[in-house]
Design a protein around this ligand. Structure first.
Ligand SMILES: Cc1cn([C@H]2C[C@H](O)[C@@H](COP(=O)(O)OP(=O)(O)O[C@H]3O[C@H](C)C(=O)[C@H](O)[C@H]3O)O2)c(=O)[nH]c1=O
Length: 277
């Protein structure tokens, strides 16, 4: 069993933390109790084979200075946002259910995912869609915050590998070794759109970049040390940021139906609340 379920957007957690406590903390508690009851009543062979893999985030470790080493699994937890604190709490619950009840668990902590089907509240899809719609591309603060980008299919292959061969009770960090400043990410997307679907006026999409007020408590840098997963389970990412982001932009250009479906209703209310447009 894999627990992907979470409220995941930092900005939304700043505006309304309650849902994050309910879903990520209380929800994980409820899940653990349901799984424990299920697992305890399994026939012996099924019980021995059962695993619960809990998917979490590198944000539980807090923020890094420019010259700090990337987060390894032994890094102390220091979550800074309501979102990351709720995920840290869920990780601790999972850990406790293993140590107290012997529940067979594995935990993965990943860096920033991106790729197809990424909900456009997050930076990369938001920038692609805003660019194509002729809207501002909002950069929080100075845009020099660093994220470590992981292509979604690489994340999936890591989860599969941990489920197959991870040591019960252990945690594994998953990252793509792709540290980029936000402003660089946005310029890369603009350059790809300039090539694949140029603006009618011949100007670059980069003209739409707009610096806006910074996120409250904004973490400066995340970076993942994925060597444990590589060394112990033989996993490696297959995409660089350059190959993954091209696939991503191409996917959004080819999937306007999906975009129309997810950018109606409540999504429009969120954009109005967060960006005022
Ligand atoms: C939406 C938006 C974001 N940003 C900045 C804020 C961050 O420094 C960076 C990425 O933001 P985003 O909200 O896409 O992702 P993070 O806050 O880094 O968190 C994401 O990656 C981690 C690992 C998770 O665990 C979260 O679930 C996931 O949402 O771009 C902007 O500058 N402008 C914008 O309009």
């Amino acid at each position: 069993m894999i627990n992907f379920a979470a409220e995941s957007h930092v900005d939304r957690s700043i505006h309304g933390p309650d849902d994050f406590i309910q879903t990520n903390v209380v929800g994980t508690f409820n899940l653990l109790e349901a799984v424990r009851a299920y697992w305890q009543n399994l026939p012996a062979d099924d019980k021995a084979a059962f695993r619960l893999l809990h998917v979490s985030t590198d944000e539980v470790y807090g923020t890094l200075a420019a010259d700090d080493a990337p987060f390894a699994e032994i890094h102390a937890y220091a979550p800074n946002s309501p979102y990351s604190a709720s995920k840290a709490a869920s990780d601790h619950l999972v850990r406790a259910w293993h140590h107290t009840y012997g529940l067979p668990v594995l935990t993965t902590n990943c860096s920033n995912n991106y790729g197809p089907y990424h909900f456009p509240e997050k930076l990369i899809p938001l920038v692609i869609l805003n660019a194509l719609a002729g809207k501002p591309l909002p950069i929080y603060g100075d845009g020099q915050q660093i994220r470590d980008w992981l292509y979604v299919k690489d994340h999936c292959s890591a989860i599969r590998r941990v489920l197959e061969a991870g040591q019960l009770g252990e945690t594994y960090n998953v990252g793509g070794w792709n540290e980029k400043a936000n402003l660089e990410v946005v310029h890369t997307i603009c350059a790809l759109l300039d090539e694949l679907q140029p603006r009618a006026d011949g100007l670059s999409y980069a003209e739409q970049i707009t610096f806006v007020q910074d996120r409250l408590g904004h973490d400066r840098r995340y970076a993942i040390d994925a060597r444990k997963l590589e060394r112990e389970l033989g996993w490696k990412p297959t995409e660089t940021f350059e190959t993954g982001v091209r696939k991503t932009v191409e996917w959004y250009l080819g999937n306007s139906g999906w975009i129309a479906n997810v950018t109606s209703g409540a999504y429009r209310d969120w954009v109005q609340q967060q960006y005022g447009v």
